[in-house]
Design a protein around this ligand. Structure first.
Ligand SMILES: [Zn+2]
Length: 442
Protein backbone atom coordinates (compact mmCIF):
# COMPACT_ATOMS: atom_id res chain seq x y z
CA UNK A 1 0.00 0.00 0.00
CA UNK A 2 2.77 2.32 0.96
CA UNK A 3 4.73 1.73 -2.18
CA UNK A 4 1.65 2.33 -4.33
CA UNK A 5 1.18 5.74 -2.79
CA UNK A 6 4.84 6.48 -3.13
CA UNK A 7 4.78 5.49 -6.77
CA UNK A 8 1.81 7.76 -7.56
CA UNK A 9 3.74 10.53 -5.92
CA UNK A 10 6.71 9.76 -8.14
CA UNK A 11 4.82 10.37 -11.35
CA UNK A 12 3.26 13.59 -10.12
CA UNK A 13 6.25 15.01 -8.31
CA UNK A 14 8.66 14.66 -11.20
CA UNK A 15 6.28 16.49 -13.51
CA UNK A 16 8.35 19.64 -13.67
CA UNK A 17 11.59 17.92 -14.50
CA UNK A 18 9.95 15.67 -17.04
CA UNK A 19 8.51 18.75 -18.72
CA UNK A 20 12.01 20.05 -19.03
CA UNK A 21 13.24 16.82 -20.56
CA UNK A 22 10.22 16.70 -22.84
CA UNK A 23 11.22 20.06 -24.23
CA UNK A 24 14.71 18.81 -24.88
CA UNK A 25 13.60 15.57 -26.46
CA UNK A 26 11.34 17.53 -28.79
CA UNK A 27 14.57 18.97 -30.20
CA UNK A 28 15.80 15.45 -30.83
CA UNK A 29 12.50 14.47 -32.42
CA UNK A 30 12.93 17.46 -34.70
CA UNK A 31 16.44 16.27 -35.51
CA UNK A 32 15.10 12.89 -36.56
CA UNK A 33 12.73 14.66 -38.91
CA UNK A 34 15.71 16.42 -40.45
CA UNK A 35 17.65 13.19 -40.74
CA UNK A 36 14.82 11.44 -42.50
CA UNK A 37 14.74 14.25 -45.01
CA UNK A 38 18.49 14.04 -45.40
CA UNK A 39 18.98 17.66 -44.30
CA UNK A 40 21.30 19.00 -41.61
CA UNK A 41 20.57 18.96 -37.89
CA UNK A 42 20.69 22.37 -36.24
CA UNK A 43 23.92 22.05 -34.22
CA UNK A 44 22.59 23.76 -31.09
CA UNK A 45 19.66 21.39 -30.57
CA UNK A 46 21.89 18.33 -30.90
CA UNK A 47 24.19 19.75 -28.28
CA UNK A 48 21.43 20.33 -25.76
CA UNK A 49 19.88 16.92 -26.07
CA UNK A 50 22.92 14.70 -26.46
CA UNK A 51 23.83 14.78 -22.76
CA UNK A 52 20.34 13.85 -21.60
CA UNK A 53 20.01 10.98 -24.06
CA UNK A 54 23.36 9.47 -23.19
CA UNK A 55 22.40 8.95 -19.55
CA UNK A 56 19.33 7.01 -20.45
CA UNK A 57 19.97 5.17 -23.67
CA UNK A 58 23.50 3.92 -23.21
CA UNK A 59 22.11 1.65 -20.51
CA UNK A 60 19.39 0.32 -22.75
CA UNK A 61 19.84 -3.19 -24.06
CA UNK A 62 16.82 -4.45 -25.92
CA UNK A 63 13.09 -5.19 -25.66
CA UNK A 64 11.99 -5.77 -22.11
CA UNK A 65 15.51 -5.32 -20.85
CA UNK A 66 15.77 -1.85 -22.37
CA UNK A 67 12.45 -0.84 -20.86
CA UNK A 68 13.66 -2.07 -17.49
CA UNK A 69 16.99 -0.30 -17.90
CA UNK A 70 15.37 2.97 -18.86
CA UNK A 71 12.86 2.85 -16.01
CA UNK A 72 15.54 2.00 -13.49
CA UNK A 73 17.83 4.73 -14.78
CA UNK A 74 15.05 7.32 -14.91
CA UNK A 75 13.86 6.62 -11.42
CA UNK A 76 17.32 6.34 -9.97
CA UNK A 77 18.10 9.70 -11.53
CA UNK A 78 15.15 11.51 -10.04
CA UNK A 79 14.84 9.76 -6.72
CA UNK A 80 18.39 9.36 -5.63
CA UNK A 81 17.45 10.08 -2.05
CA UNK A 82 14.58 7.67 -1.81
CA UNK A 83 15.91 4.17 -1.24
CA UNK A 84 12.47 2.55 -0.81
CA UNK A 85 11.30 3.82 -4.17
CA UNK A 86 14.44 2.67 -5.90
CA UNK A 87 14.07 -0.78 -4.41
CA UNK A 88 10.41 -0.88 -5.47
CA UNK A 89 11.18 -0.18 -9.09
CA UNK A 90 14.15 -2.51 -9.21
CA UNK A 91 11.90 -5.30 -7.84
CA UNK A 92 9.26 -4.64 -10.51
CA UNK A 93 11.95 -4.64 -13.17
CA UNK A 94 13.45 -7.90 -11.97
CA UNK A 95 10.00 -9.49 -11.92
CA UNK A 96 9.53 -8.52 -15.59
CA UNK A 97 12.93 -9.89 -16.50
CA UNK A 98 12.40 -13.22 -14.77
CA UNK A 99 8.91 -13.74 -16.17
CA UNK A 100 10.09 -13.86 -19.81
CA UNK A 101 8.07 -13.62 -23.02
CA UNK A 102 6.18 -16.00 -25.27
CA UNK A 103 3.99 -15.44 -28.30
CA UNK A 104 0.45 -16.71 -28.10
CA UNK A 105 -1.08 -17.75 -31.42
CA UNK A 106 -4.33 -15.97 -32.21
CA UNK A 107 -6.94 -16.04 -34.93
CA UNK A 108 -7.39 -12.24 -34.74
CA UNK A 109 -5.56 -9.67 -36.80
CA UNK A 110 -4.17 -8.07 -33.66
CA UNK A 111 -1.41 -10.23 -32.23
CA UNK A 112 -1.41 -10.99 -28.53
CA UNK A 113 1.56 -11.96 -26.43
CA UNK A 114 1.84 -13.77 -23.16
CA UNK A 115 4.36 -12.11 -20.90
CA UNK A 116 4.70 -13.68 -17.49
CA UNK A 117 1.31 -15.35 -17.96
CA UNK A 118 -0.46 -12.04 -18.75
CA UNK A 119 -1.98 -11.32 -22.18
CA UNK A 120 -0.55 -8.22 -23.87
CA UNK A 121 -1.57 -6.28 -27.00
CA UNK A 122 0.59 -4.02 -29.21
CA UNK A 123 -0.53 -0.48 -28.40
CA UNK A 124 0.02 0.77 -31.94
CA UNK A 125 -2.52 -1.80 -33.25
CA UNK A 126 -5.16 -0.85 -30.68
CA UNK A 127 -4.73 2.84 -31.52
CA UNK A 128 -4.91 2.19 -35.23
CA UNK A 129 -8.12 0.16 -34.81
CA UNK A 130 -9.84 2.88 -32.80
CA UNK A 131 -8.45 5.90 -34.60
CA UNK A 132 -6.60 7.07 -31.50
CA UNK A 133 -3.68 9.45 -32.06
CA UNK A 134 -0.49 8.11 -30.55
CA UNK A 135 2.79 9.90 -30.10
CA UNK A 136 5.70 7.97 -28.72
CA UNK A 137 8.72 9.53 -27.07
CA UNK A 138 11.52 7.03 -27.71
CA UNK A 139 13.75 8.51 -25.03
CA UNK A 140 11.27 8.47 -22.19
CA UNK A 141 9.57 5.39 -23.67
CA UNK A 142 6.33 7.21 -23.01
CA UNK A 143 3.25 7.08 -25.21
CA UNK A 144 0.78 9.96 -25.37
CA UNK A 145 -2.65 8.92 -26.62
CA UNK A 146 -5.46 11.27 -27.46
CA UNK A 147 -8.83 11.22 -29.11
CA UNK A 148 -11.35 14.02 -28.86
CA UNK A 149 -11.13 15.29 -25.26
CA UNK A 150 -9.59 12.13 -23.79
CA UNK A 151 -5.89 11.90 -22.91
CA UNK A 152 -3.82 8.93 -21.79
CA UNK A 153 -0.14 8.83 -20.86
CA UNK A 154 1.68 5.58 -20.27
CA UNK A 155 5.29 4.55 -19.99
CA UNK A 156 7.05 1.26 -20.71
CA UNK A 157 8.00 -0.47 -17.47
CA UNK A 158 5.44 1.48 -15.45
CA UNK A 159 2.21 0.13 -13.97
CA UNK A 160 0.82 3.61 -13.42
CA UNK A 161 -1.17 5.25 -16.19
CA UNK A 162 -2.33 8.86 -16.38
CA UNK A 163 -5.96 8.86 -17.52
CA UNK A 164 -7.18 12.42 -18.13
CA UNK A 165 -4.82 13.53 -15.34
CA UNK A 166 -5.96 10.83 -12.89
CA UNK A 167 -3.45 8.18 -11.89
CA UNK A 168 -4.61 4.61 -12.34
CA UNK A 169 -2.75 1.52 -11.21
CA UNK A 170 -2.40 -1.64 -13.29
CA UNK A 171 -1.65 -5.10 -11.95
CA UNK A 172 0.91 -5.66 -14.73
CA UNK A 173 3.21 -2.99 -16.14
CA UNK A 174 3.24 -1.56 -19.65
CA UNK A 175 6.04 -3.37 -21.48
CA UNK A 176 8.09 -3.42 -24.66
CA UNK A 177 8.03 -6.57 -26.78
CA UNK A 178 9.61 -7.06 -30.21
CA UNK A 179 10.57 -3.42 -30.14
CA UNK A 180 7.06 -2.10 -29.76
CA UNK A 181 5.09 -0.94 -26.72
CA UNK A 182 2.59 -3.55 -25.46
CA UNK A 183 -0.24 -3.18 -22.94
CA UNK A 184 -1.80 -5.77 -20.61
CA UNK A 185 -5.35 -7.02 -21.09
CA UNK A 186 -6.50 -5.13 -17.98
CA UNK A 187 -5.41 -1.85 -19.58
CA UNK A 188 -7.20 -2.67 -22.84
CA UNK A 189 -10.47 -3.72 -21.23
CA UNK A 190 -10.74 -1.38 -18.26
CA UNK A 191 -9.15 1.79 -19.60
CA UNK A 192 -8.58 1.83 -23.37
CA UNK A 193 -11.90 0.26 -24.47
CA UNK A 194 -13.86 2.43 -22.05
CA UNK A 195 -12.15 5.68 -23.01
CA UNK A 196 -11.92 5.07 -26.75
CA UNK A 197 -15.12 3.22 -27.61
CA UNK A 198 -15.37 1.39 -30.94
CA UNK A 199 -16.58 3.85 -33.58
CA UNK A 200 -20.25 3.55 -34.51
CA UNK A 201 -19.41 4.35 -38.13
CA UNK A 202 -17.94 1.47 -40.14
CA UNK A 203 -14.53 1.47 -41.77
CA UNK A 204 -13.60 3.90 -44.50
CA UNK A 205 -14.64 2.66 -47.91
CA UNK A 206 -11.58 1.44 -49.83
CA UNK A 207 -10.54 3.50 -52.81
CA UNK A 208 -11.48 6.84 -51.30
CA UNK A 209 -9.04 9.61 -50.54
CA UNK A 210 -5.61 10.42 -51.83
CA UNK A 211 -2.54 8.31 -51.07
CA UNK A 212 -0.47 10.73 -49.03
CA UNK A 213 2.99 9.48 -49.93
CA UNK A 214 5.52 10.82 -52.41
CA UNK A 215 7.46 7.73 -53.32
CA UNK A 216 7.26 3.97 -52.77
CA UNK A 217 9.92 1.35 -53.48
CA UNK A 218 8.49 -1.92 -54.83
CA UNK A 219 10.77 -4.90 -54.47
CA UNK A 220 9.86 -8.05 -56.39
CA UNK A 221 11.59 -10.89 -54.55
CA UNK A 222 14.09 -13.22 -56.31
CA UNK A 223 14.71 -13.15 -60.11
CA UNK A 224 17.10 -14.47 -62.76
CA UNK A 225 18.83 -17.63 -61.60
CA UNK A 226 17.06 -17.41 -58.24
CA UNK A 227 13.51 -18.69 -58.86
CA UNK A 228 12.39 -18.58 -55.21
CA UNK A 229 9.67 -21.08 -54.31
CA UNK A 230 8.37 -23.36 -57.07
CA UNK A 231 4.84 -24.77 -57.10
CA UNK A 232 3.95 -28.33 -58.01
CA UNK A 233 2.79 -27.25 -61.47
CA UNK A 234 6.07 -25.40 -62.01
CA UNK A 235 4.83 -21.88 -61.15
CA UNK A 236 7.87 -19.85 -60.10
CA UNK A 237 7.79 -17.35 -57.27
CA UNK A 238 10.04 -14.86 -59.11
CA UNK A 239 7.47 -14.49 -61.90
CA UNK A 240 4.47 -14.15 -59.57
CA UNK A 241 6.31 -11.54 -57.46
CA UNK A 242 7.33 -9.52 -60.52
CA UNK A 243 3.85 -9.51 -62.01
CA UNK A 244 2.25 -8.29 -58.77
CA UNK A 245 5.03 -5.68 -58.38
CA UNK A 246 4.32 -4.38 -61.89
CA UNK A 247 0.58 -4.29 -61.28
CA UNK A 248 1.10 -2.42 -58.01
CA UNK A 249 3.46 -0.07 -59.84
CA UNK A 250 0.77 0.79 -62.40
CA UNK A 251 -1.84 1.32 -59.68
CA UNK A 252 0.40 3.57 -57.57
CA UNK A 253 1.43 5.67 -60.59
CA UNK A 254 -2.17 6.15 -61.60
CA UNK A 255 -2.69 7.63 -58.12
CA UNK A 256 0.15 10.08 -58.66
CA UNK A 257 2.62 8.29 -56.39
CA UNK A 258 6.22 8.01 -57.65
CA UNK A 259 7.64 4.51 -57.64
CA UNK A 260 11.00 2.78 -57.82
CA UNK A 261 11.23 -0.89 -58.73
CA UNK A 262 14.29 -2.80 -57.53
CA UNK A 263 13.84 -4.96 -60.62
CA UNK A 264 11.49 -4.62 -63.58
CA UNK A 265 12.61 -7.73 -65.46
CA UNK A 266 13.61 -11.33 -64.76
CA UNK A 267 17.02 -10.37 -63.42
CA UNK A 268 19.00 -11.47 -60.37
CA UNK A 269 19.55 -8.55 -57.98
CA UNK A 270 21.58 -9.15 -54.80
CA UNK A 271 19.91 -8.15 -51.54
CA UNK A 272 22.54 -5.52 -50.82
CA UNK A 273 21.78 -3.84 -54.17
CA UNK A 274 18.07 -3.85 -53.37
CA UNK A 275 18.79 -2.18 -50.04
CA UNK A 276 21.01 0.42 -51.73
CA UNK A 277 18.38 1.21 -54.36
CA UNK A 278 15.82 1.71 -51.59
CA UNK A 279 18.04 3.87 -49.40
CA UNK A 280 19.18 6.10 -52.27
CA UNK A 281 15.62 6.60 -53.53
CA UNK A 282 14.48 8.84 -50.68
CA UNK A 283 11.17 6.94 -50.67
CA UNK A 284 8.64 6.95 -47.82
CA UNK A 285 7.94 3.26 -47.94
CA UNK A 286 9.49 -0.06 -48.94
CA UNK A 287 7.28 -2.95 -50.06
CA UNK A 288 8.88 -6.32 -50.74
CA UNK A 289 6.70 -8.89 -52.48
CA UNK A 290 7.23 -12.63 -52.01
CA UNK A 291 5.31 -15.89 -52.31
CA UNK A 292 5.49 -18.49 -49.60
CA UNK A 293 6.12 -22.22 -49.46
CA UNK A 294 5.67 -24.82 -46.75
CA UNK A 295 6.46 -28.53 -46.50
CA UNK A 296 2.86 -29.09 -45.61
CA UNK A 297 0.70 -28.53 -48.69
CA UNK A 298 -2.30 -27.73 -46.52
CA UNK A 299 -0.75 -24.50 -45.20
CA UNK A 300 -2.11 -21.42 -46.98
CA UNK A 301 -2.67 -17.72 -46.46
CA UNK A 302 -1.45 -14.15 -46.57
CA UNK A 303 1.01 -12.68 -44.08
CA UNK A 304 3.07 -9.55 -43.58
CA UNK A 305 6.46 -9.22 -41.92
CA UNK A 306 8.15 -6.20 -40.40
CA UNK A 307 11.70 -6.06 -39.02
CA UNK A 308 11.80 -7.46 -35.52
CA UNK A 309 14.50 -6.12 -33.24
CA UNK A 310 17.71 -8.11 -33.29
CA UNK A 311 19.32 -9.68 -30.24
CA UNK A 312 20.60 -6.23 -29.51
CA UNK A 313 19.23 -3.27 -31.42
CA UNK A 314 21.79 -1.07 -29.70
CA UNK A 315 24.53 -3.19 -31.26
CA UNK A 316 22.88 -2.90 -34.64
CA UNK A 317 22.57 0.86 -34.26
CA UNK A 318 26.22 1.08 -33.22
CA UNK A 319 27.22 -0.98 -36.25
CA UNK A 320 25.26 1.26 -38.61
CA UNK A 321 26.71 4.35 -36.96
CA UNK A 322 30.28 3.09 -37.39
CA UNK A 323 29.66 2.36 -41.06
CA UNK A 324 28.04 5.77 -41.37
CA UNK A 325 26.04 5.72 -44.56
CA UNK A 326 26.70 8.27 -47.30
CA UNK A 327 23.89 10.77 -46.94
CA UNK A 328 24.29 11.14 -43.20
CA UNK A 329 27.94 12.10 -43.28
CA UNK A 330 27.06 15.72 -42.74
CA UNK A 331 28.68 18.32 -40.52
CA UNK A 332 26.93 17.29 -37.33
CA UNK A 333 27.54 13.60 -37.74
CA UNK A 334 31.21 13.84 -38.62
CA UNK A 335 31.90 15.73 -35.41
CA UNK A 336 29.70 13.66 -33.10
CA UNK A 337 30.63 10.71 -30.94
CA UNK A 338 29.86 7.13 -32.02
CA UNK A 339 27.51 6.94 -29.00
CA UNK A 340 25.41 9.86 -30.18
CA UNK A 341 25.29 8.50 -33.69
CA UNK A 342 24.21 5.08 -32.51
CA UNK A 343 21.51 6.63 -30.33
CA UNK A 344 20.10 8.62 -33.23
CA UNK A 345 20.11 5.47 -35.35
CA UNK A 346 18.41 3.57 -32.58
CA UNK A 347 15.64 6.15 -32.62
CA UNK A 348 15.25 6.05 -36.39
CA UNK A 349 14.85 2.28 -36.24
CA UNK A 350 12.29 2.46 -33.45
CA UNK A 351 10.18 5.01 -35.33
CA UNK A 352 10.36 3.11 -38.62
CA UNK A 353 9.38 -0.10 -36.87
CA UNK A 354 6.23 1.39 -35.33
CA UNK A 355 5.19 2.64 -38.77
CA UNK A 356 6.01 -0.70 -40.39
CA UNK A 357 3.81 -2.50 -37.87
CA UNK A 358 1.03 -0.01 -38.54
CA UNK A 359 1.30 -0.65 -42.29
CA UNK A 360 1.37 -4.43 -41.73
CA UNK A 361 -1.93 -4.26 -39.86
CA UNK A 362 -3.53 -2.05 -42.51
CA UNK A 363 -2.49 -4.55 -45.19
CA UNK A 364 -3.91 -7.54 -43.31
CA UNK A 365 -7.15 -5.74 -42.47
CA UNK A 366 -7.78 -4.62 -46.05
CA UNK A 367 -6.69 -7.95 -47.55
CA UNK A 368 -9.16 -9.74 -45.28
CA UNK A 369 -11.98 -8.06 -47.19
CA UNK A 370 -10.31 -8.33 -50.64
CA UNK A 371 -9.39 -11.98 -50.95
CA UNK A 372 -10.86 -15.25 -49.81
CA UNK A 373 -7.72 -16.52 -48.06
CA UNK A 374 -6.52 -17.13 -44.53
CA UNK A 375 -5.06 -13.97 -43.07
CA UNK A 376 -2.13 -15.30 -41.09
CA UNK A 377 -1.41 -11.88 -39.67
CA UNK A 378 1.54 -9.69 -38.83
CA UNK A 379 4.89 -11.14 -37.83
CA UNK A 380 8.28 -9.82 -36.88
CA UNK A 381 11.27 -11.35 -38.65
CA UNK A 382 14.89 -10.66 -39.48
CA UNK A 383 14.82 -10.64 -43.26
CA UNK A 384 18.09 -9.36 -44.70
CA UNK A 385 16.34 -7.10 -47.20
CA UNK A 386 14.24 -5.37 -44.52
CA UNK A 387 17.06 -5.01 -41.99
CA UNK A 388 19.12 -2.58 -44.06
CA UNK A 389 16.28 -0.41 -45.31
CA UNK A 390 16.14 2.97 -43.58
CA UNK A 391 12.42 3.65 -43.98
CA UNK A 392 9.24 1.92 -42.91
CA UNK A 393 9.17 -1.34 -44.80
CA UNK A 394 7.32 -4.63 -44.95
CA UNK A 395 7.74 -7.98 -46.64
CA UNK A 396 4.47 -9.39 -47.93
CA UNK A 397 4.06 -13.12 -48.43
CA UNK A 398 1.08 -13.03 -50.77
CA UNK A 399 0.24 -16.77 -50.62
CA UNK A 400 1.66 -20.30 -50.63
CA UNK A 401 2.85 -21.79 -53.92
CA UNK A 402 3.07 -25.11 -52.08
CA UNK A 403 -0.69 -25.06 -51.53
CA UNK A 404 -2.48 -26.45 -54.64
CA UNK A 405 -5.44 -24.10 -54.29
CA UNK A 406 -3.35 -20.95 -53.84
CA UNK A 407 -1.00 -22.00 -56.63
CA UNK A 408 -4.00 -22.33 -58.95
CA UNK A 409 -5.23 -18.86 -57.93
CA UNK A 410 -1.77 -17.27 -58.16
CA UNK A 411 -1.46 -18.47 -61.75
CA UNK A 412 -4.29 -16.19 -62.77
CA UNK A 413 -3.77 -12.57 -63.67
CA UNK A 414 -7.12 -11.69 -62.08
CA UNK A 415 -6.05 -12.94 -58.63
CA UNK A 416 -2.70 -11.17 -58.88
CA UNK A 417 -4.56 -7.97 -59.78
CA UNK A 418 -6.77 -8.43 -56.71
CA UNK A 419 -3.66 -8.80 -54.55
CA UNK A 420 -2.07 -5.68 -56.06
CA UNK A 421 -5.28 -3.73 -55.44
CA UNK A 422 -5.41 -4.98 -51.85
CA UNK A 423 -1.83 -3.85 -51.26
CA UNK A 424 -2.69 -0.46 -52.78
CA UNK A 425 -5.65 -0.04 -50.40
CA UNK A 426 -3.48 -1.07 -47.44
CA UNK A 427 -0.95 1.60 -48.42
CA UNK A 428 -3.76 4.14 -48.81
CA UNK A 429 -5.15 3.44 -45.33
CA UNK A 430 -1.69 3.56 -43.77
CA UNK A 431 -0.82 6.86 -45.50
CA UNK A 432 -4.07 8.50 -44.42
CA UNK A 433 -3.72 7.38 -40.79
CA UNK A 434 -0.13 8.61 -40.80
CA UNK A 435 -1.14 11.98 -42.25
CA UNK A 436 -3.85 12.33 -39.57
CA UNK A 437 -1.39 11.60 -36.77
CA UNK A 438 1.12 14.06 -38.23
CA UNK A 439 -1.53 16.77 -38.60
CA UNK A 440 -2.57 16.29 -34.97
CA UNK A 441 1.06 16.59 -33.87
CA UNK A 442 1.49 19.99 -35.54
ZN1 LIG B 1 10.64 -15.30 -51.50
Amino acid sequence: MRSKKAASYAILSTGVRRDKINRQTKHVAASIGFLKDGGPIPPTSTKISAKEILVDTTRALNGTTSAVASVVSLYCKYMQNNKILRLFFICISLAILVSGCATVPTGENIPTYSIGGVTYYPLVSLCSLRGVDMQYDTLLRTAYLSKESNRLNLRAGDSLVLVNDNVMHLKSPIDIYQGTIVVPRQFKEQIFDVLFKAPSVTYRRPGTGKIKLNKVVIDAGHGGNDPGAIGKSGLREKNVNLDIARKLNTLLRSEGVQTVLTRSSDKFIPLSTRVNIANKSGADLFISIHSNANRSRSVSGFEVYYVAPSVSDTKRAAFTARNAPLDLKNAVFSGSSPELRSIVWDMIYTNSRAESIELSHSLCRIMDSCIDANILGVKGARFQVLKGVRMPGVLIEIGFLSNPNEERLLKTSAYRQKLAEGILEGIREYSQDKALVEAAAR
